[in-house]
Structure formats: C-alpha cells, structure tokens
Design a protein around this ligand. Structure first.
Ligand code: PHE
Length: 365
C-alpha cells in the first residue's frame, strides 16, 4: 500500500503543530511504531513485483526520512521550550541568606596539638602515639625511674586495682611512655613526635587531673645538646611567631635523661601579662635532655653506639601563652561560650596530618 503525498503533508503539518511531547509520541507510534503506517508499508514491500518494489522502496524511504527528521526536530524544539519554561518558573534566588547551621569548633588543645604535629612533620618527624592506660614498666621502670621515686606514689598517680602480667596498671603520667614503646619497636635513626593526654592526681589553679603533653625523640648519628637547642629554638620561634627568642637551659634532673635541663623562654611581665620574646625575664616551659644510656639499653639499643635527645612540653601551657587563655581549668569545663570564643574553625585547623602510628604492641585489651 502506498502513502499519498497528501497524507505525508498532513502528517508533516500535524507534527509541526504539536505542542505536547505526548502528542508527538502518539504520531511517532502511528507512523513508525510496530504497527505504524510506514512500518507496515515497508513490510509489505516484499509482496510487490521487483520493479514496483524498487520504486516504492525508494519513495517510502524518502518519506520515512523526512517524517523522522521532522519528528526529531519538533521533539528537540518542544524539549527546549519545556526547559525554558522550567527555568523561568523554578529559578533559585542565590542571593538569599542561607539558613544558619550551627557548626562546632575545634578545641584549642586539639588545634595546638595539630600545630605541633604539623611543624615536626615538616622537619621529617614521624608521629606516634601510645596508650593512656599503661603499666608501670613503660611509664616508670624502663624510664629508669626507681621503685622508690615519689612520682610513683599513690597520691601522685592513678592506679587501677588489678595488675597485668604482675605489673601495676595506671593512667600514664607523661608522654615519655612513648619513648620506651618507640625505642623497643623501632630502630635508630629516629625522629619521632607524640602528643596526647596524661593524668596526675592533682587539682588546683595551675594543675588539673588530666592535661596534654607533646614529646619529641631524636636518635641520629652524633645527635647532641646543640641539636636539641637548635630544634627547640626553631620550634618555639615558629610556634609563637617570634623573630627571635632566647632560651635558658637550667641544669635539672629527670631519671630518663642525662644531662637533663629545664628550659626557660625569654619574656617580660607587665601588669600580670606575659609577653614572650622580650628579654627581661624567664618563663619555664619544658623539660629535656640526652636520653639516658639505661633507657636505651632497656629498649635494646646499644648506648655505646647511639645517642639522642628527648623533650616534653605541656600543650595547655603553650596554648595558654599563645592564645591568651588565663585559666587552665577553663579547658575542661565544656562551656560552649568559651569554646565559641577560643575554638577554631575547622578550615583554620592544620588538620590534614596523617594518623599517628600506634605503639600499642604488647598490650592486652
Ligand atoms: N616527662 C617529663 C615530664 O613530664 C618531661 C620530659 C620529657 C623531660 C622528655 C625530659 C625528656 O615532666
């Protein structure tokens, strides 16, 4: 069956006039669907005589092309029109204020620890962390702290009632436990930094039962007190954004370092305010020294071959000095107004550091 030119013209104008995508689809099915006029006409070609089939075939293909192209064009046109309509009716006013979403802030302790880690990472230090629940071997014995040392007393340290492998269990009193864990598991040369929470049985204006420390350990060939001093000076100048800072090394005693020193940073005090970097007074800021040969030997490192330094610092202490926080206890009061004032936006945080390597080996859960 042939399709007359008139029918084709009628279809072409119906397509051009279609204003709905649905109508267009109906026309497409009518013409080109499974039982469509064109589909059937093409199917019937096989029953025609050769000559007839050829001329009808050409004719039908021309019609088919014309109709499908016109259908396609109209389809695109209608879709564009629909998109335009939607853009007009569903526009979003991007200048409106967004709804206020309260978001949290980073605690100054967290921020300070991140700053410390990020500084030392840049100097090639690896960050490590040790457990809060420790036994007396890692916290005291291996650090060359004798049985009779006052720090071991019940009034200073929080002990658990039970024992582990016949050792006393306690809340670590300093981050120096990471020295033992690291030196027992890792081989020199080493540059390590650890930050974390520590616990002591203390409570007054300048002491809280829990606080935070950072600890650095360096064992490299020929590491000396001069390297220790250079490292501390560079860190403190960077941390406090000072061009120059004077340090005073006061001879001191820690069982796990020899020689040991307490380090003071230069400052001035006016009307109860401490200004760092000025040079008429001193403020004690950290403890340090060369790692004691006994500590190295306790960790299986030969003290006649290796030497290194270690230092430890209070995180709250340096945070208070840097951010002008006057009361130590305010760090732990969870007062949202305080946190809002002293906290840090996440974007400001140097929070992109890799997770520290855990030194929990040899621990039972
Ligand atoms: N652990 C010492 C303290 O808590 C600090 C320290 C660390 C001293 C490393 C020397 C070396 O006071």
């Amino acid at each position: 069956m042939s399709i007359s030119n008139q029918t084709v013209q009628e279809y072409l104008s119906t397509i051009q006039a279609a204003s709905q995508l649905d109508d267009l689809e109906k026309i497409r099915i009518e013409l080109l669907g499974k039982n469509g006029i064109l589909t059937n006409a093409l199917k019937n070609l096989k029953d025609l005589a050769n000559d007839e089939r050829k001329s009808q075939g050409e004719h039908l293909n021309i019609i088919k092309n014309e109709l499908s192209t016109t259908l396609q064009r109209r389809l695109e046109w209608l879709k564009n029109e629909e998109l335009e309509r939607n853009l007009q009716s569903q526009w979003v006013d991007t200048t409106l204020n967004h709804r206020n979403q309260p978001h949290g802030k980073l605690h100054p302790i967290h921020q300070t620890m991140d700053e410390v880690l990020s500084y030392f990472h840049n100097l090639g230090f690896e960050s490590v962390e040790g457990p809060h629940i420790e036994d007396d071997y890692y916290n005291f014995t291996a650090l060359n702290i004798p049985e009779i040392h006052p720090a071991r007393q019940l009034m200073d340290t929080f002990y658990f009632p039970e024992k582990r492998d016949s050792r006393d269990i306690l809340l670590r009193t300093h981050t120096s436990n990471v020295q033992i864990r690291a030196l027992s598991q890792m081989k020199p040369p080493l540059r390590l930094v650890a930050t974390g929470r520590v616990f002591r049985s203390d409570y007054d204006v300048t002491h809280t039962p829990t606080f935070h420390q950072m600890e650095c350990i360096v064992i490299e060939p020929n590491t000396s007190m001069a390297h220790l001093k250079g490292c501390l000076k560079a860190f403190l100048q960077h941390f406090f954004s000072l061009d120059d800072v004077a340090l005073r090394f006061r001879p001191s005693f820690f069982p796990f370092t020899e020689p040991s020193a307490e380090v003071d940073i230069s400052c001035s005090r006016k009307d109860g305010k401490i200004i760092l970097g000025q040079k008429d007074d001193w403020l004690e800021i950290l403890g340090c020294g060369m790692i004691h040969p006994n500590v190295l030997a306790n960790c299986g490192i030969d003290p006649s071959m290796h030497q290194g330094f270690a230092f430890g610092m209070g995180i709250e202490r340096i945070a208070m000095l840097k951010y002008g926080i006057s009361d130590l206890r305010s760090f732990y009061e969870s007062d949202l107004r305080w946190l809002h004032h002293y906290g840090f936006q996440l974007l400001e945080a140097a929070n992109l550091e890799p997770t520290p390597k855990s030194l929990f080996e040899g621990m039972q859960s």
